[in-house]
Design a protein around this ligand. Structure first.
Ligand SMILES: *Cc1c(COP(=O)(O)O)cnc(C)c1O
Length: 452
């Protein structure tokens, strides 16, 4: 008979389904499979830790978002926010679904071009566009979203030298009732700067003003903010039509929809509080449809939502390295993925689960990563089953921002795999090796050797 593992006896208050201060008592059910594929088998094949992305979830989520908007508005276009996850395989899934590219740097711009996105389907946002970036974007007929007056003057200057007419929009920031205000990007609505910029663009004979853009924040929990943003952009569009007789091709509401992750310190889980795509779509489209924009000039509606499209599809699986008791007797579990891989652990109370039924016992636990750094905390306190060294865990909803913001630090970054719709696994980013890191380094001649 197999020897049973010893479990330390502890005295614990029974909650028996009664709501506590934090809502109903919840059990951490194990997650053993993703899209029918055993997580354990994936760890055995591809190593630990391991990022796993579900293609079925990405496509399902995209279709849900697209349906929410396109069933309420006649002309809808999504553009994939590269910085949210710019693994080429992931970008191409979104492009296959029909999304354009939304980029915020010359590097991301080149990545989108290299993926095969036509220039006129690349939206170039962000405060950092070099003259060379702008020249390339103009020559490729990309959609340039101007962030500040210095950029506008650069574009006007370039337009005199180039034969192509720059296609431009401005980014607008505004008070949408959510504070602190995001007013560092683009031109302000309330103080008249946005209107000033639009008039200057109309006066510059070589520029084509084709759209208006805003991105009001990230992880927005209120749809009302989008209703305000859409109606303020619509007001600008109406003013342009009145004063200049100029109709815009599109209005771009940016991204920022909350995913179902739970923010640190939040009272209720994000899966209960995040508005649905239908909710966001209702607020945005009703503001546009009921605006004074003439029906025959109703612009295309562009959405650049990032995290809400990809968070759910990403998982991080790995292995427990050790357990220990902190000086106050608290249980600590050390896992093999740290905050350098899971950057979003700084913002979210990530949903971390065992991959097998371990024990009915749970204990208030701090989950640490493997880094030699005090801040390497994956969960500050969570009622967690008593996983042992060698047991496996999986963290849910890690698809957004982690594979772009992660750091190579102390250890190398691990494999990333994509599970296709048939449950077949594809390696889409290889784990780093010492050679990968050393390939970037140059040791001066005189430092190549030493005698100890
Ligand atoms: C980051 C970003 C997005 C995506 O934001 P999410 O919060 O992930 O939806 C969209 N547009 C712009 C301009 C951005 O900078």
């Amino acid at each position: 008979m197999e020897k049973l593992t010893f479990e330390r006896p502890i005295i614990q208050r029974l909650n028996a389904g009664l709501p506590s201060k934090y809502g109903m008592a919840r059990k951490l059910d194990p997650i053993s499979h993703i899209d029918g594929v055993s997580i354990k088998s994936l760890i055995n094949e591809f190593g630990s830790p391991l990022f796993i992305l579900s293609e079925a979830t990405i496509r399902r989520t995209y279709k849900e978002a697209y349906r929410a908007f396109s069933s309420r508005y006649p002309n809808v276009q999504f553009a994939w926010s590269y910085k949210t996850n710019y693994l080429n395989a992931i970008c191409n899934i979104f492009h296959q679904e029909g999304a354009w590219a939304e980029v915020v740097s010359g590097f991301e711009y080149d990545k989108a071009l290299a993926n095969g996105v036509p220039g006129e389907m690349i939206i170039f946002n962000g405060p950092d566009k070099s003259i060379e970036d702008l020249r390339k974007a103009i020559q490729n007929s990309s959609l340039i979203h101007i962030d500040h007056f210095d950029e506008l003057y650069d574009i006007i200057h370039l337009s005199k030298e180039l034969k192509e007419r720059p296609k431009v929009a401005i980014r607008v920031n505004m008070d949408v009732g959510v504070y602190p205000k995001w007013d560092r990007f683009g031109f302000n609505f309330e103080n008249g700067e946005a209107w000033d910029a639009l008039n200057r663009i109309m006066a510059a004979k070589n520029l084509d003003l084709i759209g208006l853009h805003t991105h009001i924040g990230t992880y927005m929990m209120t749809t009302e903010a989008y209703r305000i943003a859409a109606s303020k952009l619509a007001q600008l569009a109406v003013s342009l039509e009145k004063k200049h007789g100029h109709a815009l091709q599109y209005i771009d509401l940016g991204g920022g929809f909350a995913s179902k992750n739970t923010l640190r310190g939040a009272y209720y889980p994000g899966s209960d509080t995040a508005p649905s795509f239908d909710d966001f779509a209702e607020a945005i489209t009703s503001a546009l449809m009921s605006s004074e924009i003439k029906p025959e000039h109703l612009p295309m509606l562009i959405l650049e939502t990032g995290r809400a499209l990809i968070d759910e599809a990403g998982y991080l699986a790995g292995t427990v390295l050790a357990n220990k008791r902190l000086s106050d007797g608290r249980r600590a579990t050390i896992i093999d993925a740290g905050v350098n891989l899971l950057f979003t652990a700084f913002w979210y109370e990530h949903d971390i689960r065992p991959i097998e039924p371990i024990s009915e016992q749970t204990e208030d636990t701090t989950i640490y990563g493997p880094l030699c750094m005090n801040i390497d905390v994956i969960r500050g306190n969570v009622m967690f089953p008593l996983l042992k060294k060698g047991d496996h865990y999986v963290v849910r909803r890690v698809g957004a921002y982690n594979n772009t913001q992660w750091l190579q630090f102390i250890n190398m970054r691990p494999n990333i795999i994509l599970l296709d719709k048939e449950g077949k696994s594809h390696l889409i980013r290889k784990q780093e090796t010492l050679e990968t890191i050393n390939a970037q380094e140059i040791i001066p001649e005189y430092l190549q050797s030493f005698n100890l």
